[in-house]
Design a protein around this ligand. Structure first.
Ligand SMILES: [Zn+2]
Length: 129
């Protein structure tokens, strides 16, 4: 399945692509994203050192060594190309890198894909509230 805002290797290999697609079309404000990250960090007992919300620009989604950068501007209503906007999907995508990298994943490999699947399922189960 094609998922706008997601890498093709991820969108074509996750077993819950419909939910991930929905996540990438769900706008978030920086406050909502920060609260979700706090809840995910507690749930997984893994803590970022730095979180920054950046203006819209190329390569705005970013994670490296406990530092995460996310877009500041929520996905506007009616926008179906969620690149460079803040969505639930990009928060889950980047936090999946945080957890997957800890266990040795590289980029969007199979172990990354298993992690993002779990985060998406847990989010929609309400585990991060
Ligand atoms: Zn990525």
């Amino acid at each position: 399945m094609r998922i706008e805002g997601e890498y093709i290797t991820v969108s074509s290999n996750v077993n819950n692509a419909l939910l991930l697609k929905q996540a990438h079309l769900t706008p978030m404000t920086p406050d909502e994203a920060a609260l979700l990250l706090i809840n995910m960090m507690k749930f997984h007992n893994f803590y970022l050192k730095k979180l920054r919300f950046a203006e819209r620009c190329n390569g705005v989604y970013f994670y490296k060594e406990k530092y995460m950068r996310l877009p500041r501007i929520p996905l506007p209503p009616g926008e179906n190309r969620p690149y460079y906007y803040l969505t639930l999907g990009c928060v889950l995508h980047e936090f999946a890198h945080a957890l997957a990298n800890e266990s040795g994943a590289k980029g969007h490999d199979w172990s990354y894909i298993r992690v993002i699947e779990k985060l998406v399922t847990r989010y929609y189960n309400g585990d991060y509230k």
